[in-house]
Design a protein around this ligand. Structure first.
Ligand code: SF4
Length: 462
C-alpha cells in the first residue's frame, strides 16, 4: 500500500494528461502514439464516453476543464503532498479559497468521489464496495462512500483537518465523523441554522468566522490579508464570467452546452480562486455569447429544443449522458440542484468582509440553501428557475441517498405543475454509482418522457 495516499491523484493527473493530448491533437493516431506505456495502461481504464469531449461544441470548454483538473491533481495535490503540505477535507457546500490562502491541500470529499465516478470505467466502485464491506449500509451517499473506501485502501491522502458545514444531510455528518475518527484529523464543524432569514445568516456568518479562527489555530498560521485578497479577487473574476453565462443561458435556444453546467459545479470546488478557474468560465462565457449573437443553440439544427430542469442531482457516473440528451433527444439541461450559483462579488476591503462574503456564498450554495430546513426554499427556487429559464419540463433524478429531497419531491413536482405549468419525470438512481440504476434504464425513461413533452408542446402550439 502506498502510504502517501497519492495513488488516486497520480492516476487522475495521468488521466487528464492523456485527455489533454487527445484534445490538443487533431490526429488520433498521433495522439495515441505520443502516450507513454504508463499512460497507455491508464487509457484502458478510462470511460469511453470521455471521447465526447473532442466534439467541436465541447472542445474549447473541455480543454479548460482538463487543464483545471490536471493542474489540481498534479500541482495542488501531488506537489503539495511532496512538499509536506497539510490536507484539509471539506464538504461541498463551500469553496476552497480560504484553504488556498493558507497554502493547504483542499480536497472536497464529494468531488474526489465523483471524480472517480466520471473518469474510470468502473467509477469509484472499489471504494464503495470496500466501505460497505466494513458494514456501512449501501443507502449512504456514494459521494462520501468512495472516498471512505479509498481511505481504507490507502489510495487517497489522509486529511489533517476536516471542515464540515453540518447542513444538507445527516448521513454526511456521520460519514465525516467516521473519517475524523479513522484518520485522527482535527474536525471543525460549522453549525448551520434551520432557516434562511437574516438572523440565521448572521448566526452562520459567526460560525463561519469561528471556523476560520480554528483553522488558523490548527495550522499555526495567520490568514494573510494580501494572499486571501488575491485568491478571492481571482474567484470574484471567475464568478463574474459565470454570472454572465447564467444570463446568457436564458436565451432560447440555450447557447451553452449542458456539459459546461455540470463541469462548472466541479470547478467551483477545485479551481475557484485560481487563474485556471477564470479561464474556464471565460471560455464558457465566450462560447455562450458567440452562440447568442448567432442565434444558435447546442442541439442539432432543425430540432425543436426541450429545456429540462433537473430538480435533484445530475448524473455524474456518465459524463457523456448530457451530450446524448442534446444530440439524440434535442433536449438541454438548464440547471440541477448542484450547479447554480447566484452570488455577489465579495467585498475584499478587509479580512472580515472576505470571510463574511465567503460565508454568504456558502449559505446560498446550491443544495445547502435548499437542504437547510423548510421545503419552501427548494420549491420556490425551482419554480423561479423554471419560469425564468423557460423550462419545458422537470426531471427529478432522485439520488437514493438524498432522503430529504425524496421527502419533498411530490410537493415540488406539484408546485412546478401548478405554478410553472410543467410536468416532472421522477425516478431513483445513484448520483455516482452506475450499478444502482443503469444508464440504459435512465435513457429509456428520459426518452419516453421527452417524447411526451415534445408532443404536448406541439399540441399546445396548434
Ligand atoms: S448528495 Fe444528498 S445524500 Fe449526498 S451529501 Fe449531498 S445532500 Fe447528502
Amino acid at each position: 500500500m502506498d502510504e502517501s495516499g497519492a495513488e488516486f491523484a497520480r492516476n487522475m493527473a495521468l488521466a487528464y494528461k492523456i485527455q489533454e493530448k487527445f484534445l490538443e491533437s487533431t490526429n488520433l493516431e498521433k495522439a495515441l502514439g505520443s502516450l507513454s506505456e504508463e499512460e497507455k495502461g491508464i487509457l484502458g481504464m478510462l470511460q469511453i464516453g470521455l471521447a465526447n469531449f473532442t466534439k467541436p461544441k465541447h472542445r474549447e470548454i473541455a480543454k479548460q476543464w482538463v487543464k483545471c483538473n490536471y493542474h489540481y491533481w498534479n500541482n495542488v495535490v501531488l506537489k503539495g503532498l511532496e512538499e509536506g503540505k497539510k490536507v484539509v477535507y471539506f464538504f461541498f457546500t463551500h469553496s476552497p479559497e480560504i484553504y488556498y490562502a493558507l497554502d493547504l491541500i483542499p480536497i472536497c470529499v464529494e468531488f474526489q468521489s465523483v471524480a472517480a465516478a466520471l473518469t474510470w470505467m468502473n467509477g469509484g466502485e472499489q471504494g464503495i464496495d470496500r466501505i460497505e464491506a466494513e458494514g456501512f449500509p449501501s443507502h449512504l451517499c456514494s459521494t462520501q462512500k468512495v472516498t471512505m473506501g479509498y481511505l481504507i485502501l490507502g489510495k487517497v491522502p489522509k486529511p489533517d483537518i476536516i471542515v464540515k458545514p453540518v447542513g444538507a444531510c445527516d448521513a454526511s455528518n456521520m460519514a465525516y465523523q467516521w473519517i475524523a475518527e479513522r484518520t485522527d484529523a482535527k474536525f471543525i464543524p460549522i453549525d448551520v441554522p434551520y432557516s434562511m432569514d437574516s438572523r440565521s445568516f448572521e448566526y452562520y456568518a459567526k460560525e463561519f468566522k469561528k471556523m476560520a479562527e480554528k483553522l488558523e489555530k490548527v495550522t499555526g498560521q495567520k490568514l494573510d490579508k494580501e494572499k486571501l485578497t488575491q485568491v478571492v479577487e481571482c474567484s470574484n473574476e471567475a464568478y463574474e464570467y459565470f454570472l454572465e453565462v447564467l444570463e446568457l443561458r436564458k436565451a432560447v435556444p440555450c447557447p451553452d452546452p449542458s456539459f459546461s453546467h455540470i463541469a462548472a459545479a466541479g470547478i467551483m470546488l477545485i479551481s475557484i480562486g485560481r487563474p485556471e478557474g477564470i479561464s474556464f468560465f471565460k471560455v464558457c462565457r465566450d462560447l455562450a455569447k458567440r452562440n447568442v449573437d448567432k442565434g444558435i443553440g447546442v442541439i442539432p439544427e432543425g430540432m425543436e429544443e426541450i429545456r429540462t430542469l433537473w430538480t435533484n442531482v445530475p448524473i455524474l457516473f456518465d459524463f457523456s449522458f448530457y451530450g446524448w440528451l442534446e444530440e439524440e433527444l434535442g433536449a438541454v439541461h438548464l440547471f440541477d440542484a448542484l450547479d447554480w450559483f447566484f452570488t455577489q462579488p465579495i467585498d475584499t476591503s478587509s479580512t472580515d468582509s472576505i470571510i463574511r462574503g465567503l460565508a454568504e456564498r456558502s449559505f446560498n450554495w446550491p443544495m445547502h440553501r435548499q437542504g437547510l430546513g423548510y421545503a419552501d426554499t427548494w420549491i420556490d427556487d425551482f419554480v423561479w428557475l423554471a419560469k425564468e429559464y423557460k423550462a419545458d419540463c422537470a426531471i427529478f433524478g432522485g439520488h437514493m441517498a438524498c432522503k430529504h429531497s425524496w421527502a419533498l419531491n411530490k410537493l415540488l413536482s406539484d408546485a412546478l405543475k401548478k405554478e410553472a405549468g410543467i410536468p416532472t419525470l421522477r425516478f431513483d438512481m445513484d448520483i455516482a454509482d452506475k450499478r444502482f440504476t443503469s444508464i440504459a434504464d435512465i435513457k429509456a425513461k428520459v426518452t419516453d418522457f421527452i417524447k411526451n413533452v415534445r408532443e404536448s408542446k406541439r399540441r399546445s402550439h396548434k
